[in-house]
Design a protein around this ligand. Sequence first.
Ligand SMILES: [Zn+2]
Ligand SMILES: [Zn+2]
Length: 299
Amino acid sequence: MTAGGPVLTFHGVRGSTPCDGHQYSRYGGSTSAVALECPGHAPVIFDLGTGVRAYGDEVTAKLVADMQANRAATPYTANVLLTHLHWDHIIGMPFFTPAFRPDANINVYGPRQLEGPLGDVFAQVMRPPFFPITPDQLGGDVRFQEVGDDAYALNGAKVLSRWVRHTDPALGFRVELEGRSVTYISDHGPGCITDDPDDYVPPGVLELCDGVDVLIHDAQHTLDEYEAKRHFGHSSIEYAVHVGKESGIRNLVLFHHCPTHSDDDIDRILQHAQDVSDKVNGPRIIAAHEGLRINLDHV
Ligand SMILES: [Zn+2]
Ligand SMILES: [Zn+2]
């Protein structure tokens, strides 16, 4: 085991759109971005929502401090696991300052697209007149790699990706690193496939989640909200707990909080989710908040 162990840090936990205001001050209003860091390995970054901006500034400050201390300069490498191309998962990209370094290698693994190569489709959103620059103009070497139901190795990490149900092509990821594991399913909506029973958990999702140390899962809706919005492509709190129970996991992180949910609402949702889970002897529940750190050696 590497000293220190793999650590997850949550930089953006909000779903759908960034939001600002006193009612979001404890859980945060930045959209999906989670870093998995471990000494001796390139970081893995789940999604490029607005939360990745502040994380990038931290990384850049550390790289500058290392250079000023005359430590050996090594090229910056990061592997991004991008679930899908909805705005809330990509709009942090142009503000991720490490990508501006000429020595940067940013490898973006994301879902195969029907409309063309992933990098081309991404560049259709990040280009004038929608944004002043393209990914090619960031300064670093940004490469897009299309994946689907695949397994691959990234700098010592083993990654499994599987398609999950959402309104547009979307992936979930499982990463195994230094004997620990985490699964990230940010946007997952059982109501997207109308023929599926509400309690159905697809084999691909079970594969991603089976016995994992920490599951980060869509928990956008209360049950009442879900009934009205099942076509939105997100999960109810009950379904997130159900996936955790069916997968035999011990730790479920509620993620992709709805912009309509204040801090107090999420406190209530967390308590409700724990009550639901306790009744079925399910997982321990954590509500993701900006700044949350989880050392996978200690869960
Ligand atoms: Zn989303
Ligand atoms: Zn989405």
